[in-house]
Design a protein around this ligand. Sequence first.
Ligand SMILES: [Zn+2]
Length: 265
Amino acid sequence: MNHTVMTYYAAHKRFTISVLLILFFISFYDLHAREVERSLYGSISATEYLMGKFTPGKHELFTELGRMGIPTMGRTQYLRIETAEALKKMYQAFHQEHPNAPFWVQSSTRNFWDQKRIWENKWNGITKVEGSKLNQSIPNPAERAKKILEFSSMPGTSRHHWGSDLDFNKLFNSYYESGEGKILYEWLQKNAADYGFCQPYTAGRNGGYNEERWHWSYRPLSVRLLKAWNQNFLSGKAPLNGFAGWNVSKKFAHEYVNDINSECL
Ligand SMILES: [Zn+2]
């Protein structure tokens, strides 16, 4: 074998090794990315998850709150396992300090179709808003959407889809100004962050939903999902439609999802 042929074989070997190494790193990276996706969405797609198009009771990353010993009201309530575990610790700490004060989950994970029902009942005047049937009192669709958006998300944009967010006892702010509501709210303001929870819709923000003292979010999960929601939405992978008034409402989605208390970012 002459010198030129030997150099050729050496170069060929080096090239083959480099290609194999690159392929190895690509597949490792891909595997890692899939693992991260799976930890966030389980066996469904990112878009299905972020749009709330799944049944929490059938999703492997969710758990039923009653089974974990967390007090609930109304229908069977589900949250992501990590949210429920943190909430249980928070409930136990609150209960120890205030054994007679009520603490229950009024609403937790709601999917796209739950949110569609809430939204459309307000849109069509079935649920009155501040005593009015909005389909009669606000005929202009964009103005009607803004009125509903004071307190309700359009389907596909609710943090309640994510399994990280929940509503406590009563869904009106004045409940938290005195008595048992005040005990709970002041305790949450002081201690919830120790358990990973924050209040996304505080008073005094520039836009987005109104203040909601009852709505709290498990930050370690919701921060990741907020980022993913934005990527998914801005890439156009998940067009907002399939509910009454979607064509005039979707332009508000980005603002309402993102205008939250900076402690939840
Ligand atoms: Zn809520």
